[in-house]
Design a protein around this ligand. Sequence first.
Ligand code: MRU
Length: 353
Amino acid sequence: MQTEEKDPQAVQSIEWCQTHVRILDQTFLPSRTVYSDIRDVGRMWEAIRKLRVRGAPAIGIAAAYGMYLGIRDLPESNFASFEIEVRRIAEYLAGSRPTAVNLSWALERIKNTIHAHRQESIPALKERILKLAQTIHEEDKRVCKSIGLNGQELIPKGSQILTHCNTGGLATGQYGTALSVIYHAHEQRKDIHVWVDETRPLLQGSRLTAWELMRAGIPMHLVTDSMAGHLMYTGKVDLVIVGTDRVARNGDMANKIGTYSLAVLAKHHGIPFYVATPASTVDLSISDGSAIPIEERDAREVTTIGNSDIAPARVEVYNPAFDVTPAELITAFITEKGIIRPNFDENLKATFG
Ligand code: MRU
């Protein structure tokens, strides 16, 4: 099924449609706007794994709905066997992608909620899981809006902003994280311009961020990842804003591969490097970035573009999808609770602990 959205900020990557989930399949963008209906947990696992739905907050939301799809047809049994099934499905969904903590954050929330209501009937618990998935979804929309508004104190008029990967409405419930700051700056007529990194190898920048920003009418240029240094050296970047898939207790954070290089470049050129993050992406259970699992993906993502080979057959490939940026390269986190500056160890715990 195909339709065209009108309001750019209303990009909805996930929607609950009474009996099933409808996702905007991001693998077809930008050439086709294809929505697909997901009716079982296996299809949801596949959609997350294949990046049909992607971006840390969006995969948390998708996993929560996926849990409901997985349990809704379970037979009425006792609580103990229902809980075993919930845990089994949570483990299965959490295995779809390892780096973004939002996935396990959403699933933990569901597990804790049903455990806390174990005296209820199985149908009531099933209903509770659906309601919680919808709450997680709605909360994310509000959180992303707050991130966008809170970030405004860091964006001077006329800013040239560089961003990486896709952190917009497609990657979240609505608005995005880093892109929410950009959307709101544009809405406040700050006369901004955005440099969009194409984001090799899966091109989330060129396929998705460029698509979102063009729909919103925000002035931008697409550049290849390797152009960032030249842009900074020639004075064309005032600040960098990226999203994140997991923030450790000390402020180290993982984001799309290539983010670390940008942070090093920004430090060298004295350019502020901001990370937009919701609380759901902060993992206070790990002390630093070395504990963040880095997803490695299929070699063909590097050796092909579309259906064309761009490397010799059987070449050995290393394809980590994320990298870790150490806390000392980060100027501040932009969150729904406000701006968090160093000392991150103390300030993240004080805000989210
Ligand atoms: O592999 P992806 O496309 O899911 O990676 C997404 C990112 O790295 C985003 O920057 C991150 O999830 C933050 S999105 C709000």
